[in-house]
Design a protein around this ligand. Structure first.
Ligand code: 1HN
Length: 361
């Protein structure tokens, strides 16, 4: 970044320069492009499921969760964008986690927002969030909002695998804060709600009891995060996607796209920091565009390629890939495909800083 141009150095007397240096001051023209840490340019990249699978199988057979160092016990393979060195992007983290039959990933809570997107699940694999057991069936998405206790309990006879998504690099790297963290005193938090409780608070029917002062209480009775604990069952999401494909016009860039809305607001984004969409692509290539937000994709089903600049990321089921900011990209499904699209766009929108455009041809 900002190199010190000898001519710029000439603009100040040695005396002035020393004076500034002694007082920890610098002239703006020497720092204007370099106000702090910068990340290397993120590269487009893809992690193929067969490689991820081999890796998670390997660590599953080598490392029982109980053998992980106390403190933070999760068995996860984490895609690393080599240009960054610690995660897939500088805002969104993804990892692939496994829990073997009979294992528990112990209860803890933290400041970062998280969600699970189930790859290999079943009704006896449960992620317990805020007192409720949420079954993790294939393609279900379950939120773990900030500071809610969560543990993962596999009462089935099959290994479960899912995608973890957190806004962790945003907290740790971009904002340079700690992910405030606490372990529960118990391995499994007490289950204090019946299954479906959080849906009774945030689903289509909601508490309506009037209080003595005439007001109707808000549904949220736990911590006051902006996003509730919630399970988006895949059956309903897929049905809505198919309805869109039957009746609506596709978006030129995203195909038939369905937002996971925040149940508290009925709108995107699901978290203040991350937005999620299921995208059905079945009408040939999408139109190229670019934007300043990052996009991370997980392939729910189908095959195809996403062209990013000069590169073609060729994907099939359960691959994970990343489209860096400002890169011109478009999708080219081979027949029908469904992608889970994840983006930090809400962070840009909060600053009124989001921009997208189509390339001038
Ligand atoms: C976490 O809490 C989980 O609860 C998974 O399953 C991955 C990565 C970084 C920090 C916290 C989980 C995580 C994580």
């Amino acid at each position: 970044m900002a190199q010190q141009d000898p001519e710029e150095l000439l603009e100040m007397s040695t005396e002035t320069r020393e004076l500034l240096e002694e007082n920890n001051l610098r002239p703006l023209w020497e720092v204007e492009d370099d106000f702090g840490n910068t990340f290397g340019d993120m590269e487009p990249d893809i992690w193929k499921w067969e490689d991820i699978q081999a890796s998670i199988d390997g660590i599953e057979s080598d490392v029982p969760i109980a053998d992980l160092p106390p403190g933070f016990q999760r068995r996860v393979a984490v895609p690393i964008n080599t240009a960054l060195g610690n995660a897939i992007s500088n805002t969104i983290y993804v990892g692939v986690q496994t829990v073997s039959p009979g294992e528990t990933a112990p209860s803890h809570r933290h400041g970062a927002n998280a969600l699970r997107y189930t790859i290999n699940g079943n009704e006896d694999m449960k992620t317990v969030v805020a007192g409720e057991e949420f079954p993790m069936e294939d393609n279900d998405l379950v939120t773990t909002p900030q500071w809610e206790w969560h543990d993962h309990v596999n009462d089935s006879d099959e290994t479960a695998a899912w995608l973890d998504v957190l806004d962790l690099p945003l907290v740790l790297d971009s904002l340079n804060r700690k992910n405030v963290f606490e372990n529960h005193e118990l391995e499994r938090q007490p289950v204090t709600k019946t299954q479906g409780y959080w849906d009774s608070q945030y689903g289509r029917g909601r508490p309506a009891d009037e209080k003595s002062d005439g007001s109707i209480p808000g549904p949220f009775e736990g911590n006051r995060e902006p996003t509730p604990p919630y399970r988006f069952g895949w059956d309903e999401m897929e049905e809505s996607l198919r309805q869109r494909a039957e009746n609506d016009d596709p978006d030129p860039h995203d195909g038939y796209s369905l937002a996971y809305v925040n149940p508290a607001t009925g709108q995107e984004p699901l978290f203040p920091t991350m937005s999620f969409r299921a995208q059905l692509l079945n009408e040939g290539p999408t139109d190229p565009h670019f934007h300043n937000a990052v996009e991370v994709y997980f392939v729910i089903e189908g095959e195809g390629a996403t062209h990013v600049g000069d590169e073609a990321l060729e994907w099939s089921q359960w691959d994970i890939f990343v489209v860096p900011p400002d890169e011109i990209h478009h999708h080219e499904p081979d027949g029908e495909a469904i992608l889970l699209g994840m983006t930090d766009r809400p962070v840009f929108e909060a600053f009124n800083f989001y921009a997208e455009a189509e390339p001038s041809s």
